[in-house]
Design a binder for this molecule. Structure first.
Ligand SMILES: Cc1cc2nc3c(=O)[nH]c(=O)nc-3n(C[C@H](O)[C@H](O)[C@H](O)COP(=O)(O)OP(=O)(O)OC[C@H]3O[C@@H](n4cnc5c(N)ncnc54)[C@H](O)[C@@H]3O)c2cc1C
Length: 553
């Protein structure tokens, strides 16, 4: 039986596109098999903020940030806390290689393809207050000018050109159900042709089968993403020992196509799938007022000033403040026995600190529109923020604290806040603002953040009493738990070649992107530093493309 191409790539997300780009550049014939329609090209990366972790970049140096590969690797390893012999064998090697990529060739590789960065560098995941603990010692989150769609564009355009030249063939609405293995090597894929769909990007599509297909090639790359859109799988792998019981309600931060099916299919074919109990979800979700996919939730990125309360009105303990530790905050909320928590902020805080993740929520950056960007000096002027305030079901605004708490309780009548507790926490916090120093760790963290120019100018309100009427009405914002990333996945060598459970390399089978735990079966270990997911897709997709090319006859 003759081959249909040199290589089959399963998944037309970022990892699949990067690998296809590399293979086409090397003159290889590629078939890209994708269960969704053309409108979904680029997968999750399209929706992303385009945030990229870089180390010791020109942008950081311009802002006088002193970073180094040693510091970044130390942060990475303290966050990852690799502790498994077999499952972490390749992940550790990937972590080291990835940090060097982020310090060395990542920026240049993307720059040569036309990607440009914004001058401000963000600082997510500041950690738990210890130098040896998880988190970013310094700001490393670089924003792509053009956001996620631009990250996709720089690979999509050359791949579509290669398709015009006949090197790349897209098989949309083809869902892989099996990896064909002969003589111990992957030689193709089989699956179902799904009925045509003209749904817009991100909208769940029909799973009605209208045919079958069988494709053969010398190598198969699994670039099919993680499992964040599949709540059954998330629940099955949920690490109760680390994150507490599976929450009663958890919303969804990814499209439904992030279904995790290929993980089981790869395992059935004989590949090693590891660390699926390591996940990266968030507790700061706002229900989308205009949902595209079921339970569509937008990642709210509050700045450092707001008061964070659990569902009953108790303040989260130090150092669980906005921007410090996604997973520890999530764990705390889960252990509170509720699926939501609350933020209280003043108008001044909202105007400076209300950010939303995602390309759809940042039309100024996504559309490269400087006029819109200028509105960010006051975030309540921007349309996405106004839309959430006017149409979102999680936000209320009132002049006084009693009225605010009443309105918050109307959102969650099943879990009313204790007004006395909220008043006590708010007043206590406000007393600590009177001096430039205080015993309150959150305010110390806020003062620390303001030492960094970008945070002072763009991301933090001048410290003030939340209850001071000069700072405008008060906002109560319900934040919901939602799923996002899969940190584990298919275990691979540094060449993105799949390994078997006994450690032997799997001939002809490769994996990249979120399906491979962003490299090696879990390059992040237990905790991520943020901005490393797109980069993980780029690095592992590139490694896969180059290694497959080298290995082909
Ligand atoms: C809103 C949002 C914001 C984000 N922001 C950032 C950010 O700023 N920085 C960052 O680093 N990361 C960010 N991420 C994460 C990042 O975008 C993803 O981890 C990454 O894009 C995953 O790419 P991928 O190619 O591995 O998988 P995907 O994008 O999920 O693509 C996989 C493709 O495979 C297809 N597929 C799956 N199974 C099959 C099958 N059986 N047969 C055929 N096709 C199949 C799917 O339909 C899909 O198109 C964000 C994610 C979201 C959703």
């Amino acid at each position: 039986m003759s081959d249909d191409a040199d290589v089959i790539v399963v998944g037309a997300g970022l990892a699949g596109l990067v690998a296809t780009f590399e293979l086409a550049k090397a003159g290889r014939r590629v078939v890209v098999v994708e269960q969704e329609n053309e409108a979904n090209l680029g997968g999750q990366a399209h929706w992303s903020q385009g945030g990229l972790l870089l180390v010791d970049s020109p942008e950081q140096r311009r802002l006088r940030i002193k970073d180094s590969p040693e510091s970044a690797l130390s942060d990475w390893l303290d966050s990852a806390r690799f502790d498994r012999d077999r499952e972490d064998r390749w992940a550790r090697a990937w972590a080291e290689a990835y940090v060097h990529f982020a310090a060395d060739d990542k920026r240049g590789y993307l720059h040569r393809l036309g990607l440009r960065l914004m001058p401000n560098v963000g600082w997510p995941e500041r950690g738990l207050g210890t130098a040896t603990g998880p988190g970013n010692s310094v700001p490393r989150f670089h924003y792509t000018w053009g956001a996620g769609p631009e990250v996709v564009r720089i690979f999509r355009e050359p791949v579509l050109e290669a398709a015009d030249r006949g090197l790349v063939t897209f098989k949309h609405r083809h869902r892989v159900d099996e990896i064909v293995v002969e003589g111990g090597a992957a030689v193709g894929v089989r699956g179902a042709v799904l009925e045509p769909s003209d749904e817009p990007r991100g909208v769940p599509s029909s799973r009605t089968e209208v045919g079958a297909f069988d494709l053969r090639a010398q190598a198969v790359l699994v670039a099919a993403g993680g499992m964040g859109g599949n709540h059954d799988l998330v629940r099955a792998h949920w690490p109760t020992d680390r994150l507490g019981p599976y929450p009663e309600s958890i919303l969804t931060g990814v499209p439904a196509h992030v279904d995790g099916r290929m993980l089981g299919i790869t395992e059935n074919a004989g590949g090693s799938v590891v660390n699926l109990d390591r996940m990266w979800h968030y507790s700061e979700g706002l229900r989308n007022h205009s949902p595209v996919w079921p339970r569509h939730t937008v990642h709210f990125l509050p700045g450092p000033s707001a008061l964070w309360l659990d569902a009953t009105g108790r303040r989260l303990p130090p150092p669980l403040y906005p921007g410090h530790s996604a997973l520890e905050s999530l764990r705390h909320v889960v252990l509170s026995g509720h699926s939501h928590s609350w933020l209280i902020m003043s108008q001044s805080v909202l105007d400076k600190e209300f950010d939303l993740a995602g390309s759809d929520q940042n039309p100024d950056v996504t559309g490269k529109n400087c006029a819109l960007l200028a509105l960010r000096v006051k975030k309540s002027l921007t349309k996405p923020v106004r839309d959430f305030i006017e149409h979102g079901e999680d936000i209320v605004v009132r002049r006084t604290l009693p009225a605010l708490v009443d309105a918050m309780n109307a959102i969650t009548p099943e879990a009313p806040l204790d007004f006395a507790r909220v008043a006590y926490e708010t007043a206590a916090r406000d007393r600590q603002v009177l001096n430039a120093y205080s015993k309150d760790f959150q305010l110390m963290s806020l003062h620390n953040a303001r030492q960094y120019t970008v945070e002072r100018l763009m991301r933090t309100a001048r410290p003030h009493r939340l209850l001071d009427p000069v700072h405008g009405p008060l906002y109560g914002i319900r934040m919901n738990l939602f799923t996002r990333k899969t940190l584990g996945g298919v275990q691979t060598t540094l060449d993105s070649q799949v390994v078997r459970p006994d450690g032997r390399a799997f001939d002809g089978l490769y994996a990249a992107g979120e399906a491979a735990g962003f490299g090696g079966g879990g390059v992040h270990g237990y905790h991520a530093l943020e901005g490393s997911f797109l980069g993980g897709c780029i690095f592992s997709g590139r490694s896969a493309g180059r290694a497959i090319d080298q290995g082909l006859a």
